[in-house]
Design a protein around this ligand. Structure first.
Ligand code: ADP
Length: 490
């Protein structure tokens, strides 16, 4: 697959910060390299925002807030719809950029990340005109009142996002925020800043006013400067639980609102009476989707003893057959991991499991090929609950499988984690499926399916997987304040 002319043109243009509707260099002139994880080569240099640039962006977002929050819902709705169509019109270009920067397959990016991002704009375009309040009766003897509530924007929102779905995660923050009338400063992940910058160009083209969306590429220190800034009213973060805890602590300075979508270690439970063929396919998709770099992946398989060998053999065969290769090669079925750091971390977990006595039923503890951060999908058996491979979020194509006998035993094991993002159950007995689903402590539970999703559905985590819910009808709650207005009728 060759590069589209628009992608080549974008790559050869300067990668600056978007502040107040202008593309500018970092004040101190610093830049960083973003690399192609399939080739390990530098792609381009990108401006690196420091705390001085954060100050500039916060001032711009603050100044833009009042006029933006007073635009009519219909204006925002039409603008959002227009942006959704623009994202669609540039889908091939976004998909190539995402594949270059993140490593994922071009097709997976186009049909997944980019298509959903476009749909998010259109879905929230509908909500802009539907943020309603209520009128509430009061009982004060001898006096009359009219009391009602309004949903108002929170103010300046800092969106800090990870590298696994770069454009999509950026849109998860930008879209509900601007729908509700907030202004935004987006901090893309240092590994994958490119599609957020391209989106910034399209937002200006669509007519988003200066300062309403600012884009500041940088590292953790850029994110930390945003989180500490007293001019920021809310932080919307997706990333690791470790950084999420730092953000919650750092946000205390001005008690800014915080929503967090953090790590996961989802249990995927297969009962003897499951449709085994579907369950194996679901375990493979659930385990290895997006190179295993997805917080709702089903990385802990629990299989009832009667079908354990059959399921393990099926998942192992499918994992071994997955063709790992460059995201631009249409015959590839899985791309590389995002970075050298991630590659070393994932291979380290696999080696550690082998050292602890676990068995690699599929995959390998060695890298695939000489160049690029490739890992063959792995299935690990002979695992104990205390092993790091079983307790930690690995964020790679690594699935463990443990047999179980009873429902109570598997529910206890599945819930034996600090995380609570997703979980799944496979059983043809609807009683078993719904009962076990209700007992699992997770924000999303899939029954006889995995990764089925829609922008209409709320998502988020129990326990240390986060605070708040994104998307669906709940998706605007975290981006609005509820105001109570009381008028005396004299
Ligand atoms: P991952 O483990 O998926 O790389 P991280 O939680 O490390 O996720 O990073 C997610 C995002 O948070 C990235 O944009 C990163 O730059 C940013 N980040 C890292 N450290 C901090 C911090 N201390 N404060 C704010 N943002 C941070």
């Amino acid at each position: 697959m060759t590069l589209l002319p628009a992608v080549s043109a974008f790559l050869s243009s300067p990668k600056q910060l978007l502040i107040d509707g202008e593309w500018v260099d970092a004040k101190d002139g610093r830049t960083f390299a973003t690399i192609n994880p399939s080739t390990e080569q530098d792609l381009v240099q990108v401006a690196y925002a420091s705390s001085v640039d954060v100050d500039r962006a916060v001032s711009a977002a603050r100044a833009a807030f009042e006029p933006w929050s007073r635009t009519t819902p219909r204006e925002r709705s039409h603008l959002l719809w227009r942006i959704g169509d623009l994202v669609d019109a540039h889908a091939d270009e976004f998909a190539q950029l995402e594949a270059l920067d993140n490593g994922k397959r071009v097709e997976a990016a186009r049909d997944g990340d980019i298509a959903i991002a476009a749909e998010l704009f259109r879905y929230f375009a509908g909500w802009a005109t539907k943020m309603e309040g209520t009128s509430i009766p009061m009982s004060v003897p001898g006096r009359e009142f009219h009391a009602y509530t309004r949903r108002e924007p929170v103010g300046v929102v800092a969106g800090i996002v990870p590298w696994n779905f770069p454009l999509l995660m950026a849109c998860f923050k930008i879209v509900p925020a601007i729908t509700a009338g907030n202004t935004v400063i987006l901090k893309p992940a240092e590994q994958t800043p490119l599609t957020a910058l391209r989106l910034g160009q399209l937002l200006l083209e669509a007519g988003v006013p200066a300062g309403v969306v600012n884009v500041l590429p940088g590292f953790g220190d850029t994110g930390a400067a945003l989180v500490e800034h007293h001019g920021v009213d809310k932080v919307a973060f997706t990333g690791s639980t470790e950084v999420g805890k730092k953000i919650a602590a750092a946000a205390a300075g001005n008690l800014k609102k915080v929503s967090l979508e953090l790590g996961g270690k989802a249990p995927n439970i297969i009962f003897n009476d499951a449709d085994i063929e579907a369950a194996i396919a679901g375990a493979v998709l659930g385990g290895y989707f997006n190179e295993g770099q997805c917080c709702v992946n089903g990385s802990r398989l629990y299989v009832q003893r009667g079908v354990f060998d059959e399921v393990v053999a099926g998942v192992a065969a499918a994992a071994a057959a997955i063709k790992v290769g460059d995201g631009f090669d249409p015959t590839s079925q899985m791309g590389p991991l995002v970075s050298q750091e991630q590659h070393e971390k994932v291979l380290g977990y696999i080696r550690g499991a082998v050292r602890d006595g676990a068995v690699l039923t599929a995959g390998s503890a060695d890298r695939v090929g000489e160049r690029g951060f490739f890992v063959q999908p792995t299935l690990i058996t002979g695992v104990h609950e205390e092993m790091a491979v079983q307790t930690d979020e690995i964020f790679g194509p690594v699935v463990t499988a443990i047999p179980f006998d009873t429902e109570d035993e598997v529910v206890a094991a599945a819930n034996n984690t600090v995380y609570g993002l997703a979980a799944g159950v496979w059983s043809t007995n609807i009683g078993t499926a719904h009962r076990v689903g209700a007992r699992l402590r997770a924000g999303t539970v899939w029954l006889n399916t995995w990764h089925a999703d829609d922008v209409t559905l709320p998502r988020g985590g129990f326990k240390q997987s986060g605070w708040g819910r994104e998307l669906g009808s709940f998706g605007l709650d975290d981006y609005t304040e509820l105001k109570t207005v009381i008028a005396e009728l004299r």
